[in-house]
Design a protein around this ligand. Sequence first.
Ligand code: SF4
Length: 398
Amino acid sequence: MTISNDDMAQDTVPHDAASSGITPGGTTGAFRDVLAKDHARRGKPPLHLVDMSAEQRGEAAQRLNLQPFRVKQLANHYFAHYDTDTEHFSDFPADMRSRASSAFFPPLISEVTRQTADEGTTVKTLWELFDGARIESVLMRYPKRTTLCISSQVGCGMGCPFCATGQLGLTRNMSTGEILEQVRIAAKATRDGDIAGGPGRLSNVVFMGMGEPMGNYRSVMAAVRQMSALPPEGFGISARNITVSTVGVVPGINKLAKEGLPVRLAVSLHAPTDALRDELVPMNKRFNTTKVLDAAHAYYLSSKRRVSIEYALMRGINDQAEHARELAKRLNHYGDDWAHVNPIPLNPIEGSRWTASKPEDERQFLDILHRAGIAATLRDTRGSDIDGACGQLAAKHQ
Ligand code: SF4
């Protein structure tokens, strides 16, 4: 039996305006944060253990005549052992396993295809969701950490013209279960040594896959809390190792600051002036560079965590000396050492007029930032030979 989630607070439609600050843009506005035409047919993802409140878990257990402590057992198998196959649960009554499985662990994501690169230490997976929608995640092994980049929405409504995901538009928000299943499966694969480098531990999670996390705030935060809590409430990944990125949705940043969680904030700035950013990031027309940097700096003050400034370098567009100087000036305006800039070599999408910077321009850009006292590291482009740009794999298979 799969429990329907009609009465759930789960938010799978994109207009979570109250919490995200994103309001419907309509089909002709700057943002394509509109529901997919077949939204009604798609329905909502089946309800999973991690989507349920404590009361809902209790009610679901009651419907199956399960004692309340059985729910804790299920949660422990999920969060401590990354296991959803109830047939493995030797501490669980054999005749209850299959019903518990469909009530608490409905399958939410299934692998469509996977690509590996960097000698097997980068694995990019395309997943299909219950309604046929597709998203992706990338698992990256480094000497001292293993990082998973996850998606929080199907597509993205922010419409950045240089971005493959932006070209897809937004189909729908993902549920907490769909977000966390990416994490569970990657944590299991890492533990079992299914990724090159031998058995290990998933240590870091970044919301830098498909979607704008602030546009799906409630589900994203429920996922963050369950990632960082210790088993049996969560996977035990330190909140300090979780990064929530945003294109600059200011109310979302302000709200995140009030959560009191030491997660890292990453802001995709991509341009140091409003004139240029208006062109590259349509959201800038709603929250301009001053508002975004003010909010990012306030986040730094309240969280004591250095903010990451993401900056995709595009040849001849935003990668010249004047841009680096202006960026340094804008950041230094708030003081020292509060931000870390990640210039990212753009992985261009086919047929796009935005292309990667020349290596000498990348070097010059970094040098100027360093000389101005700004911490900056060229982001490594893991998986750039496997359609590594944000959303490209999914775009290819849509
Ligand atoms: S760059 Fe980020 S915010 Fe912009 S369209 Fe792509 S996924 Fe969305």
